[in-house]
Write a new protein. Structure first.
Length: 289
């Protein structure tokens, strides 16, 4: 398969899988599980699933010390991006936070221009504009919602850390398979979440019942294991900025889930938002071709 085609397919799959976050997160929140514990189970189950995948694939766990240091930095960066986003939910509506989070393609493009002299074409700028506009239309918050300064700071920090992560994955010269690469990123991310919980005084809440366990495993498998695995492949094959723009499909997936499973209304505004996002994705694909 052509590497560009492979990269776009991987980017689309990564976004779709990441968009399944609400499937596991919302039921756990509703049953009283705190955000620290949700992150603990998400990264924990992902680490275990990756380890099992490596064993079945007969992949060696051996890693060079230099690689381990680089992957540890990536893991900490990715984990604290998640932590900052989850903390922002304490200060602002989750829908607003998730909308603002999608500033990361813009940050990714700016980082690539400033530090790696990537040429920012008009098609890239148009794609980002279409994607951000579509995301804004997908948000369905109430009127009169005020934005907290603390919440804004946290969600922008989350977005910046994720943008730096995407750029770093593309630029760091680490000769590992996508499977081993992502396993160690998630493992170091899990250790970072544990450290955060210990320092922040977050108690670990145990899961009870089949539904909570199913939600925890789903969070580990779909939006973490598969999403990160395919995102790594996408970044390596099509670059940081196009992979980031592909992420616009994440909220589209969330909308489809909300409409089909949670029976939320599908409005003209949502339809226009989805069309704008799909237009942005198609524009990026056509430009890359």
């Amino acid at each position: 398969m052509n590497s560009t085609v492979k990269g776009f397919i991987a980017g689309i799959l990564a976004a779709i899988f990441y968009g399944t976050n609400p499937l596991g997160t919302l039921p756990l929140y509703e049953s009283g599980i705190n955000s620290g514990s949700v992150l603990f189970y998400r990264y924990g189950f992902a680490s275990i699933l990756f380890a099992l995948w490596m064993v079945m694939s007969k992949e060696s766990f051996a890693i060079k010390r230099g690689y381990a240091i680089k992957l540890a930095v990536l893991g900490v960066m990715f984990a604290f991006s998640s932590i900052a986003l989850y903390l922002s939910f304490l200060y602002m509506d989750a829908g607003v936070a998730s909308t603002i989070l999608f500033s990361y393609p813009i940050m990714t493009a700016v980082l690539m221009v400033l530090f790696y002299h990537e040429r920012l074409s008009w098609t890239t700028m148009l794609s980002i504009t279409l994607a951000v506009s579509g995301i804004a239309l997908l948000y369905r918050g109430g009127n009169g919602v005020t934005l907290s300064a603390a919440g804004m700071t946290l969600v922008l920090l989350s977005s910046l850390l994720y943008a730096i992560y995407i750029v770093s994955v593309n630029q760091l010269k680490i000769s590992l398979s996508p499977l081993k690469f992502t396993f160690y990123v998630v493992l170091f991310g899990w250790l970072s979440v544990i450290a955060f919980m210990l320092l922040g005084g977050y108690p670990l809440q145990l899961l009870h019942g089949p539904l909570q366990w199913a939600c925890g495993i789903q969070l580990g498998l779909l939006p973490t294991v598969l999403s990160l695995f395919f995102m790594t492949i996408a970044i390596k094959n099509i670059g940081s900025t196009p992979s980031a723009i592909m992420g616009a499909l994440e909220p589209v997936t969330a909308v489809v889930i909300s409409v089909s499973l949670f029976h939320e209304a599908f409005t003209l505004r949502l339809a226009i938002g989805i069309v704008l996002i799909l237009s942005a994705v198609i524009l990026v694909i056509l430009r890359k071709r």
